[in-house]
Ligand binder design. Sequence first.
Ligand SMILES: Cc1cc2nc3c(=O)[nH]c(=O)nc-3n(C[C@H](O)[C@H](O)[C@H](O)COP(=O)(O)OP(=O)(O)OC[C@H]3O[C@@H](n4cnc5c(N)ncnc54)[C@H](O)[C@@H]3O)c2cc1C
Length: 263
Amino acid sequence: MDAEAAKPRKQRPPPKEAFIDGIEHVTPGVIRISCSGPELAAFMQPKPAGHIKLFFPPEGVVWPSKDPASDIPRPPSRTYTPRRFDAARHRLEIEFVRHGEGLASSWAERARIGERVLIGGPGGGYPVPEDARHLVIIADESAMPGAGMVLEALPPDCRAQVICEVASKTEERALSPIVACEPLWLHRTDKAARPGALLEEAVRAMPAPANDTFFWVACEAAAMRRIRDILIAHHGVERARLHMRGYWKFGEANHPDHDYGAD
Ligand SMILES: Cc1cc2nc3c(=O)[nH]c(=O)nc-3n(C[C@H](O)[C@H](O)[C@H](O)COP(=O)(O)OP(=O)(O)OC[C@H]3O[C@@H](n4cnc5c(N)ncnc54)[C@H](O)[C@@H]3O)c2cc1C
C-alpha cells in the first residue's frame, strides 16, 4: 500500500438537517430561502463571507444513513453564503442567484416550505483587517450576500466603496439592512459581454487607490483573475491587500470553493 492510501480518510462531520420555513423573491433574479431546525443549534456563527455546503442527495436516497456501515456515497454539493444566522431561532438564510440550469439554482426554483435541507459548515470567511480604514468591495450577484456580511463586519472607522455588477436595475437591492451603503451599480446591458466585464472596466477606470486600501473581490473566476491583474499591474496594489474569490466559473458546473486566484 502506498503512503497516500495508508492515510486515514478525512472524517467530515455529518451535515446538519433543517427544514425550509421561508421563501422570498428578493428581486426577479434572487430567491432567499430560510430554514430552521434543532440541529442548527450546533451551527457556529459564520465569519464574514464564510461559506456552507448544501448537499443534494438523489431523489429517494436517504443520506446520511443512520447505518455506520452504509456505503452510500457523499451526494453532490454546492457552496453558498450563510447570509444570516439567527442563533436564538436556529434559523439560517441563504440567497440563491437564479442563473438557470444548475443543481442548486434549479433546486431553489422548485423549493417548497417544509422541504429538508442538508447543510455542511460553516467554514472560511474574510477576516476583515482590524486596521482597515478603506475597503473596496467588488462583487457580482453571487457575491452580494458575502459583500453584505463583510460590510456588517467593518471596523467602525473603515470606509467602504462598493461596486456591483448585476443583470439590470431590477437587481439592485440593499446589501445590508443595517449598514447604509450606496454601491456603484453596473448593469449588463450587453448580454453577449463576458461576465464581470463591467467590473473589470470600472476597476481599471478607478482613480489610483491609496496605499492603505484593502480589496474584497468575489465574482466569476476568470473575471476575478483579470481584476486581480488590473489591481496589481495597473494600480500597483500589494497582493497582501487583496482577498480574491472565484465564486463560479462560466461554462463549468461545480466550481471549487477554494479558488483564491493564486494562479
Ligand atoms: C464561498 C462561496 C460563496 C458563494 N455564495 C453564493 C451565494 O450566497 N449565492 C449564490 O447564488 N451563489 C453563491 N456562490 C456561487 C455558487 O456556488 C455557484 O454559482 C454554483 O455554481 C451554483 O451551483 P449550481 O448547481 O446552481 O450551478 P452549477 O451546476 O455549478 O453550474 C451550472 C452552470 O451554471 C453556470 N453558473 C453557475 N453559477 C452562476 C452564476 N452565479 N451566474 C451565471 N451562471 C452561473 C455555470 O457556469 C455552469 O455553466 C458562492 C460560491 C462560493 C465559492
